[in-house]
Write a protein that binds this ligand. Structure first.
Ligand code: AMP
Length: 306
């Protein structure tokens, strides 16, 4: 039994109102696998990088007990590069550059030792590649969670819709839910997206928390009010990794466990934004995670006397 994470392992250059970074390590699979590793100790990664990717970063994955056998390193090629600039509200951003590099012809090879995968996190990546990974697993995993973004809606909508049909849970942000459904109301958007195939839909609303939709049920999770947000990059991937990592740990898929998983994912995402890049998410203790989850519980708890 294992948790397989696919997605980008990348270099990012980020500008926020608080500062600017040169190329630092990022990528959807980087954040998601690190987050999942706090809950589950059999996390495996399938991704591709160029030989410009630092060995020390691969060692950091290993330190978190993340299996990197499926991480391809392409000689003489460059890693995926993304650059973004956040607006003052830190909720919206402009993509300044997306250089696919090694991702352009990525063939996701699944090592034989990964075939025991029960939980699959399809992190943000070419929808065609996400689909190929599902097809290359001999047994369909117990749970398939997919994350994506507007970039793929703009350039590969048909492939994206085909892939969405094959998953159990889709996680996207509010703007992406509107783009995918053509509906402004998130409730109407959710109805339309659930009709596309997934059983569960999570709509992330940045500093306003997240909504979980399943059949006619809705759950609303808060986001922790933080005094300082340094860099929201990777928060969505960290959320998704924490979410599926928690579900893999508890092992039973139902609406109640999904609700708890959203709180664990949100707790990890709240750490991610406190520092640039992966710095914070790489160096957490279990105590810090538990304390943060407790803060979430207190935040949303109230008693009514009638
Ligand atoms: P998030 O802030 O959760 O949307 O994730 C940001 C991360 O996604 C960054 O570390 C980027 O390297 C990565 N990323 C940006 N654009 C793409 C894309 N089109 N496909 C896959 N990953 C991407």
């Amino acid at each position: 039994m294992s948790l397989l994470v696919i997605g980008t392992v990348a270099f990012d250059a980020i500008e926020t109102p608080f500062g600017k970074t040169d190329k630092i390590v990022g990528g959807a699979a980087t954040y998601a696998s690190l987050a999942a590793s706090y809950f589950y100790n059999d996390v495996k990664i399938v991704a591709v990088v160029g030989d410009d990717f630092p060995q020390s970063e691969i060692a950091d994955f290993k330190q978190h007990h993340i299996n990197t056998e499926g991480l391809q390193i392409k000689k003489g090629e460059k890693s995926f590069f993304w650059s973004g600039r956040y607006h003052n509200d830190m909720n919206s951003r402009d993509t300044l550059a997306t250089e696919l590099n090694v991702l352009a012809d990525f063939d996701p090879i699944i090592p034989e030792s990964y075939q025991d995968c029960e939980y699959l996190m399809l992190g943000n990546l070419t929808p065609q590649v996400q689909q190929t990974v599902i097809k290359r697993l001999k047994n369909r995993p117990k749970l398939v969670v997919m994350d994506t973004m507007n970039f793929w809606m703009d350039i590969a909508m048909d492939d994206l819709i085909e892939t969405i049909k094959m998953v159990d849970v889709l996680t996207i942000n509010d703007a992406e839910a509107r783009q995918l459904s053509g509906e402004y109301s998130l409730v109407k958007a959710a109805r339309k997206i659930l009709e596309m195939g997934p059983k569960y839909l999570i709509i992330k609303k940045g500093e306003h928390g997240a909504l979980l939709f399943h059949e006619d049920k809705v759950f609303s999770a808060p986001a922790l009010p933080l005094a300082e947000v340094f860099d929201p990059t990777g928060a969505g991937d960290t959320f998704a990794g924490g979410f599926i990592g928690y579900l893999a740990k508890v092992g039973t898929i139902n609406f109640n466990n999904m609700k708890n998983a959203i709180i664990f994912g949100s707790a990890l995402a709240s750490f991610c934004v406190e520092k640039f890049g992966t710095e914070k998410i790489k160096n957490l203790t279990q105590e810090e995670v538990s304390e943060r989850v407790q803060q979430f519980i207190s935040l949303a708890q109230f008693e009514i006397t009638l």
